[in-house]
Design a protein around this ligand. Structure first.
Ligand code: PFF
Length: 444
């Protein structure tokens, strides 16, 4: 009899799932777009999308995993035996493999910066962060070495298993992430002229909401909640059968929203207060932000706090990405530690070209994009929306409605909520995904 792994507590499951969701998306993709695309208006749009698209999809994945108690591929096989639906599981595994291969590159950059901080190579008021960033990402040895370190930490945690590895790490890292954010927000908001940053983030400007930002928000709502790749199927399969999934799903969605707003509140007031201009993506977090901290009293400590928080957020996402692959290969038969190493090393090797694409391999282009950008594009704009579409169709058209109902609600009083969820998943989610898919592919 194989031994079934399980979360030791509901809160462990919630924190691990929220850990998977909260990552680069919330901390570096969203805050900038929010500020640039209508502030409060964009936040409102994002809240709506998270509730109408992300939340139903998250529940759908939770139903598949909790009801079958099996990792992604076996779960689809059990529900639809003899069909091709289990390819959704394979699609998820491949997507997570590619995603982790380039996600770990950024994880590596964060580790590099932490080392700079700890060894006193930055700070002191005269660091040229633009040069430092270019040097760190173009140096092949440094970037690949740091990426390896990020993967080793991920492998070691996943290798330990669900309870003693992922759950234990998430139970420490996620609360720490919240506390560190609060410290940063207090610091940022108490700076002079902090309100300028707050209004950049929140002032609702509906005229800036154009089709491009709406489509971007839609596309990102999968990435930000880690849905569409069956990671949440695998995570929820470690949940005991009787446990509710509605409340955990809701907690994950709300925590993700809060952290996205927290990130903006920690970053922009400081950026504006100290006279910098906001920038997008890597520039904001690795060049502007460190320069901002350098101008503060004890700035080095705040930079370190930010980097540690950022590392925790990326690590807890990386755990889930490696976990789905390991679980699908091991299928409950054990050998987790060895498999984690083998798969983790493979992911690392496949990720090396992405790391090098900022330096020695920057000339190589795939459809006009660097290797890193091409991998990101493939995952975020093609594989994840396709996966999300298939999952919404699978659950709402292939699974039986009465089974879904009994999985989702115990109390007949809440029937209307079930009907609302079913309607969203069956009609709204697929249509919206198709619209996003057709348009996003040619605007980015
Ligand atoms: N949600 C993560 C982020 O926003 O950074 C990315 C991610 C992690 C997507 C895990 C998918 C996944 F399975």
């Amino acid at each position: 009899m194989e031994q079934k792994e399980q979360w030791s507590s509901k809160i462990g499951f919630i924190l691990a799932s929220a850990g998977s969701a909260i990552g680069l998306g919330a901390i570096w993709k969203l805050p900038y777009v929010t500020g640039m695309s209508g502030g409060g208006a964009f936040i409102l749009l994002f809240v709506l999308l998270s509730l109408l698209i992300g939340f139903p999809l998250l529940l759908a994945e939770f139903i598949i995993g909790r009801s079958t108690q099996k990792e992604a591929i076996s779960a689809y096989k059990q529900i639809a035996p003899g069909s091709n639906w289990h390819w959704i599981g394979y699609l998820g595994v491949v997507t997570c493999f590619i995603l982790l291969s380039f996600y770990s590159v950024i994880g590596g950059w964060i580790i590099q910066y932490i080392v700079f901080c700890l060894t006193g190579q930055v700070g002191g008021g005269n660091t040229d962060y633009e040069m430092l960033f270019t040097e760190s990402v173009t140096n092949p040895l440094l970037s690949v070495g740091a990426q390896a370190l990020f993967m080793i930490i991920t492998i070691m945690v996943v290798g330990k298993g669900i309870q003693t590895g992922i759950e234990k790490a998430s139970k420490f890292m996620m609360p720490a992430l919240f506390v560190l954010f609060i410290v940063l927000i207090i610091r940022s908001l108490t700076l002079e002229n902090a309100m300028e940053g707050v209004s950049f983030l929140f002032n609702p400007d509906f005229s800036k909401l154009n089709s491009e930002s709406i489509l971007f928000a839609l596309g990102q709502s999968f990435f930000l909640l880690s849905v569409g790749v069956s990671v949440m199927v695998t995570y929820s399969s470690y949940l005991p059968k009787g446990d509710s999934i509605v409340q955990p799903a809701f907690s994950v969605v709300t925590m993700n929203l809060f952290i996205s707003i927290f990130a903006g509140l920690a970053i922009f007031p400081a950026v504006f207060s100290l006279g910098f201009e906001p920038a997008a993506g890597p520039g904001l977090l690795f060049i502007v932000l460190p320069s901002v901290f350098e101008k503060m009293v004890f700035g080095n400590i705040f930079l370190l706090i930010f980097l540690v928080l950022f590392l925790f957020a990326t690590l807890t996402s990386a755990f889930s990405l490696l976990e789905i692959i390991v679980a699908s290969v091991s299928r409950g038969k054990g050998g987790r530690n060895r498999l984690s190493w083998i798969i983790g090393i493979l992911v690392f090797v496949v990720g090396i070209p992405s790391a090098l694409s900022f330096g020695v391999w920057s000339e190589i282009s795939i459809f006009g994009k660097s290797i890193f950008d091409a991998a990101d594009y493939l995952v975020s704009n093609i594989l994840m929306p396709v996966g999300a579409l298939l999952i919404s169709i699978f659950v709402s058209y292939r699974m039986k409605k009465n089974i879904l109902k009994s999985e989702l609600i115990q109390n007949a009083k809440y029937s209307f909520l079930f009907e609302a969820w079913y309607f969203l998943l069956r009609y709204v989610v697929p249509i919206v995904i198709i619209v996003v898919f057709l348009d996003v592919t040619d605007i980015i």
